[in-house]
Design a protein around this ligand. Sequence first.
Ligand code: C5P
Length: 215
Amino acid sequence: MIVTIDGVAASGKSSVASGVARRLNIPYVSSGLLYRAATLLALEAGTDLGDAPALIALLSGSPLRLEPLPEGNRIFLTPVGEQETGAERDLTADAHTSAVDAGVSALAQLPELREWVNAQLRALTPPFVAEGRDMGTAVFPQAQAKFFLTASPRVRALRRVKERLEDVAEVEAALVARDAKDKAQSAPAADAQLIDTSTLDLSGVIAAVLRGLHQ
Ligand code: C5P
């Protein structure tokens, strides 16, 4: 079984996917974390976020491992020279900075990078809950149940500033800008159930998804 949960930036996808996955006792998979880790590596290496061949070369030499657990996803890098020792660097926290937020959409619009992410996602063994922008459309069109989360920009910004000490208006503007850049890959699937989470708390959204699974 594959359940997809797509939605706009900071609509609560990861928390909802985690809550649903825990109830179903299966992992959830964060596709955004793969785009974020690729962006982080490019920023650190000084690679142009629009240069697909250079990015693919960088990623080919930087083995990443996504750990998709029900409680949360982590992503690890085996640094150059550490293949023998197996020592890994946990990229998860560094992949969630504002610098990565600001750059990730440029990389995510490159078809070659989308193929790189999608190949890793399709290699995973179901069952799982897949969370992102295009899980129900491009990556897992065969999913048994699909959801698309929305919320007003102000509500999303208020939720995000609880995680990061930043100005609400600035965060809201950055979210709206990122939505615009991600628009091409962010349409709900024709068979997705839409959930506006603006007036719901986390447990309310999880309950709505679980109800939707039985429809
Ligand atoms: O979901 P999250 O905010 O972590 O995603 C980070 C970025 O990765 C998005 O802004 C988008 O550019 C890209 N992304 C994507 N397709 C997905 C998941 C994420 O383009 N399925």
